[in-house]
Design a protein around this ligand. Structure first.
Ligand SMILES: Nc1ncnc2c1ncn2[C@@H]1O[C@H](COP(=O)(O)OP(=O)(O)OP(=O)(O)O)[C@@H](O)[C@H]1O
Ligand SMILES: [Mg+2]
Length: 259
């Protein structure tokens, strides 16, 4: 049975793409068959895995408008069991096209994914920093959602927005959608605000954190330069520096998902 997981938070720069790429790679290195789908017009997951526009003609946009099947646009990555559906800036046009389709647009991605569902253990979706029709499509197509939370002052502010979107999706297009968990990211032990964020998360959402036997008791992704550098080499961190603290955190997250 394939599990579809969206990485979402409408806040920009909180670690969605870093999580999508490195969770996917960690699951794949552990032997699972994984498809990562980039549904962000910024296409950071695509470039972060080493692809540029010259490597592919078609992308997720052509799938969503019905011009291509999802299997037509799948790319092989450096990891044998990790495949990718790329994105491109042209995907921005989809919001307009969806709005012209009326109420039916929410199910488009789910229907497209069904073609390849049986081929993968996990399908991971990297969503854009908005709660528009792309993210609603992703949540509608998913079994669950992981919400990365950057360890900073305004960390929990705005959380109500994504939680409300999830609630609406559950009520309308996807009753089985579950919150897989919250993932604190960019944690720095020297920073009191980082500690406060983690304490707050523990206080309010302890049962939605990913259990781990580290000093926190749950997976916390540290601020780690290897995580920031690896996309510029077109690699997930597990191929760039598998022993780094950043890679260890995403391997722990993958272990939680596989349990
Ligand atoms: N744990 C980390 N340690 C250090 N740098 C990180 C970490 N996580 C993410 N970054 C860096 O922070 C920036 C934002 O991360 P990322 O692109 O994953 O966020 P995002 O939520 O996908 O952003 P957007 O909302 O624009 O899609 C990137 O430059 C990334 O390399
Ligand atoms: Mg991103």
């Amino acid at each position: 049975m394939s599990e579809v997981i969206t990485i979402a938070n409408q806040k920009g720069g909180v670690g969605k793409t870093t999580t999508a790429v490195n969770l996917s790679a960690s699951l794949a290195v552990a032997g699972k068959k994984v498809l990562i789908i980039d549904i962000d017009p910024q296409a950071n997951a695509t470039t972060g895995l080493g692809f540029n526009r010259n490597d592919y003609e078609y992308n997720i946009y052509h799938v969503l408008i019905g011009q291509k099947k999802i299997s037509d646009v799948i790319l092989k990555t450096e990891i044998k069991t990790l495949d990718m559906v790329p994105s491109n800036i042209g995907l921005v046009g989809i919001e307009q096209e969806f709005s012209e389709q009326g109420g039916n647009f929410k199910l488009v991605l789910k229907n497209k994914i069904s073609e390849v569902l049986s081929k993968y253990d996990y399908i991971i979706l990297d969503s854009p920093p908005t709660l528009g029709s792309i993210t609603v499509n992703a949540l509608t197509a998913s079994d669950s959602v992981i919400i990365p939370i950057q360890c900073e002052f305004y960390a929990l502010e705005g959380l109500a927005l994504i939680l409300n979107t999830i609630k609406v999706v559950k009520k309308t297009t996807n009753p089985k959608l579950a919150i897989k968990g919250f993932l604190p990211t960019m944690y720095s032990s020297q920073n009191n605000l980082s500690k406060e964020t983690v304490d707050n998360l523990k206080q309010h959402f302890e049962n939605k954190l990913f259990k781990s036997n580290n000093e926190h008791g749950f997976v916390v992704v540290p601020r780690n330069v290897k995580l920031a550098e690896s996309p510029s080499f077109g690699k997930p961190v597990i191929l760039y520096d598998a022993k780094s603290a950043g890679s260890a955190a995403y391997q722990s997250l993958a272990n939680c998902i596989m349990e």
